[in-house]
Design a protein around this ligand. Sequence first.
Ligand SMILES: [Zn+2]
Length: 129
Amino acid sequence: MPKWKLLTEFTFDSAHYIKDYNGPCGRLHGHTYTVRVEAKSSKLYSSEYCPHPVMVADFRTLRWAKKDVTKGGLDHCVLNDVLPAEYATTAEMIAKYIYDETKKRLTPDIHLKVAVSETPNSWAEYEDD
Ligand SMILES: [Zn+2]
């Protein structure tokens, strides 16, 4: 079936440490995280901001994590203090957290993929089956 695919990329700056990690990643340090959010659908929907069914999802909705932490996003925070304890702050778990939080904001049948990068050459992805 033909589909639409949205792809948006953004960055946010935050600090973290990996709990019980034996090495530099165990100490508090920061990254400019790059996030790619991909949303696929064969149907179009209305959004929080638009009453007409003309989009897969609003880009503003897909980019929520870019907002300042005081406005509900992940920018300029210590991720260990903001993510619930079941999410360690590895790139894998940050991708899962952004996936889970984005999923709550979308119609369930939208296929979602979230990729997170801490450094230019390495990515962790989390997506629907
Ligand atoms: Zn790190």
